[in-house]
Structures are given as C-alpha cells and as structure tokens.
Design a protein around this ligand. Sequence first.
Ligand code: ATP
Length: 381
Amino acid sequence: MADKPTIDTAGLPGRLRALPGLDRLQTAVSGIPAYLVGGAVRDLLLGQPHPDLDVVIEGDVAPVASALGGEAIEHERFQTAKVNLGELTVDLARARAETYAEPGALPEVSPATLQDDLSRRDFTINAMAVPLSGEPELIDPHGGADDLAEGQLRVLHEGSFRDDPTRALRAARYAARFGFELERGTNDLVRGADLRTVSDDRIDAELRRLAVESDPARALVLLREWGVLGMPTDAVPVAGEAIRLLAGPWEGVVDRGDALLAALGRGPAGEQARAAAAGLAEATPERPSQAVQAASGRPGVELVLARAMGAEWLDRYVSELRHVSLEIDGSDLMSEGVSEGPDIGKGLEAALSAKLDGEVSGRSEELKVALAVARGEIPED
Ligand code: ATP
C-alpha cells in the first residue's frame, strides 16, 4: 500500500482562502447556507489541486447563480447551475436527498438538508463539507477525514453498491489514483456490485473518467479482482499500454476514453475495433510502403490497440510515415496526357510507395514513376 496521506485539517481555512475566485463565491452566497462539498474538500485536506468546485445550497440555486453572473439550469431532475469564474468552474446544486426505486436506476431526488445530501454520497472521503459563510470548519458526519488519513475508501451504508453499482467503478478509480485500500466491509460489499442493472452509457461514462487517470491499468486490475466488470484476458496490459502511449508519444491520435472502451471490448464497436487491431498486430511489414498499406485509413483506436498488442512498427507509421505526401498530384499527370480515371490513382500510389521506400525523391522523380505506372509502362507493385 502507498504511504498514508498527510491530512492537514488545521490548514483548511488557509487553503480555502487561497482558492482563486473564492471571494466572488463567498460574496454571492452571503446570507445563504452554502457549502463546498465532495472532491474539492477531500483534495483541500490532501493539499492537492482540484479542477472544479461543487457547492451545495440549502435553498434556491438561481439567486446564487445570477449573483455569480451565471444561469441556473432547471434540470429536468433537479436544479443545478454551472458557473465559470475564470480559472475556476463552480457547480451549484440544491441540497437533495436521493432514493432508489430499484437497484441501478437513476435516483428520485427531493430537496433536503446538507446532512441528507452528504448521506447520499459514494464514499466517506467524498462526503465532507465546508461552509462558505462564517467559520470554515470541516463538516464530517461520516468520518471522512479519518478514512482519508488511513488511506481508505468506505461506503456510507451497506446498500450503497446495490443502489448504484457504478460506485464500484469509482472505487477502483479512487483506489488507483490515491493508492488507497478499501475498508474491510466495503471490500466485501464491492464484490457484490452488479453492473448489469446499470445502463451501458453510465458505465462507459465512468470508464471514460478512468481513462484520464494516470494509472488506469491499476484500476482495471482491481475491477477484475472484484469480478465486477467482464473484460478480455489481455485487457489490462493492452489498455495500460494504449493509455501510456496516448499520454506520451501518441498523444492526440485518439481520445483516451475511446481507446480504453475498445481495449475492454465494450459494445459491438469495441469488439470490432479489438478484432481489427488484433488482425493488424499480426502484420509484419518489411518496407515503409507496406506499413502504410496496412495501416492507412484505419481509425486511431485500431492503431493504438494494435501497437499496444505489440505492433511496434506502428510508432514510425504514426510519427512519420502517415505524414508523407507527394509533391505532385493528379493534375500533373493529366497535363502530361493521362486521362482522368483509375490510372491516375494507380500512378500516384506507386509514386508514393517509391517515395516512402526511399527509391525516389523530388518532383520530377515522383512524376516519372507515376507516369510510367499510369501509362502501363511498368507494373504497379
Ligand atoms: P473526482 O472524483 O474526479 O476527483 P469529484 O470528487 O468532484 O471529482 P464527481 O464525480 O465530480 O467527483 O462528483 C462530485 C461528488 O458527487 C463526489 O465527490 C461525490 O460526493 C458525489 N458523487 C458523484 N458520483 C456519485 C455516485 N455515483 N454516488 C454517490 N455520490 C456521488
């Protein structure tokens, strides 16, 4: 297990004050019972930055949103608002209680107190609050600070994973991110989480969040150990390697979430991408032109999975070969008398192959090969 985190409760007010945009937020909520909640409080205690602030209001969200220059969205299920304060995004929500009509269903929500709102949360470390007016003392009814100091994740009640099995995915994400363990009872309960009661969209949304963590493979190992998420046998190394590439030399080739979902073979599209990638990974091109022939036109997700499955030659394809283009185009062939039609494409393709393999360089050599092939003087490869 990782070293236990150092929790600085006494330093909380100072860290809170140092948050950019806090002055505006405090002015907007003056006289209104409003609280910073969730991950922002957890990360303030850990002394780590947190990208956005969740604020719970015991009352109407609209006046706070408009005081901040934003607009409340009358959400079909509940009143929320998102406000951009320059460096900081603030999510406002009315304090709510939640009840689950059936396992895995979206909860029914109703206005409630802060205490109710904290009680509906996933883990104790995410169920703390700090008032935004008055003394900024920690409100921690479920012992979140102690669990944080112990480096453990604890659900708030026995039915937590039954109500919302996506919490198992969240548990794996937090355990991997912070190097935390699951508290003993939670560790037993998580193995009973039944993701079949949840829509694929909700599962995939949580998996996408996992994909942008620094070590998603660690989370996948936990999910496999708990037996909550079915996945192909090589999913952990393939996903881990794909994300490592996308966080480094392959950055931008494809969205990390798409790559993770495909590595896990999620849905028909994921299965199809995995199968295509496995086929590509079998290829052993000897010449650059063969590499381009095998890889070009394929979606990024197939490329990165094939590379993660062992096709190292794709590194050169992605960084260099796929960007190679000719100095000539079809109009150059037409001005030499080649008529419009498939011969032009054949000629250009042959010239590109020759260029990729280092057999020609420069415009006139490209044109020579292209014309020869287009006119049928030499066979295409
Ligand atoms: P991150 O988890 O990435 O650090 P965060 O803690 O802000 O960010 P969000 O997913 O944005 O997490 O959710 C905000 C808060 O809402 C959480 O801290 C938690 O208290 C609560 N929450 C989110 N999802 C659930 C869930 N499925 N069940 C119960 N509570 C949840």
